[in-house]
Design a protein around this ligand. Structure first.
Ligand code: NI
Length: 184
């Protein structure tokens, strides 16, 4: 199933998501999240973006990497993740978000992280990620905390995109995937 994606302005995007009870069957939901992400040509999708306030996201960082890149991306689901540590050099990278179409901004984050999570078979993992994969994880993990990438922008940059954000909430910014608009 392909879900419509919640647009900026919906309160669920600002809420902290809740843990999924251990062992709950989320396979169908995960499959639908992959399908929804792929349909929108996204590299990541968090459950709050399909109006579900639970701690789950999927990523496919391979789409951000070319054949010549040394780093290989991953396609994976993260259930009840906890970022244990972030480290390495901070660097800026231009981010976007399926819930905030047509807005991009350079965001500074550390290059590496260690994360604990359950995979889709409810196996507990602890892994280190870096580069583009770490970047996508950081962005999606923020969604579970009710944080959007634009929350990191300074006052001036926020003012510059303010009218655009209102347009997004009203459904005035066209996308080639289906969305739910809070002000429409
Ligand atoms: Ni996003």
């Amino acid at each position: 199933m392909i879900y419509p994606i919640v647009a900026y302005g919906n309160p669920i995007l600002k809420k902290e998501a809740l843990d999924i009870p251990e062992g709950e069957n989320v396979q169908e939901l995960i499959d639908s999240m992959y399908a929804t992400m792929d349909r929108a040509n996204g590299v990541g999708l968090a459950a709050p973006q399909i109006n579900q306030g639970i701690r789950l996201f999927v990523i496919d960082s391979s789409l951000m990497l070319g054949e010549d890149d040394e780093e290989k991306g991953i396609r994976r689901a993260f259930i009840n993740p906890i970022i244990l540590d972030e480290y390495g050099d901070d660097y800026g990278f231009e981010e976007g978000c399926l819930s905030i179409p047509d807005v991009r901004a350079e965001i500074i984050r550390p290059e590496k992280l260690t994360i604990e999570y359950y995979d889709e078979n409810w196996n507990l993992k602890e892994e280190e990620f870096s580069g583009m994969t770490a970047r996508v994880i950081q962005h999606e993990y923020d969604h579970l905390e009710g944080i959007l990438f634009i929350d990191y922008l300074n006052g001036l940059k926020k003012r510059l995109i303010k009218s655009k954000l209102i347009d997004i909430s009203k459904g005035k910014v066209p996308t080639d995937y289906r969305m739910i608009y809070p002000l429409k």
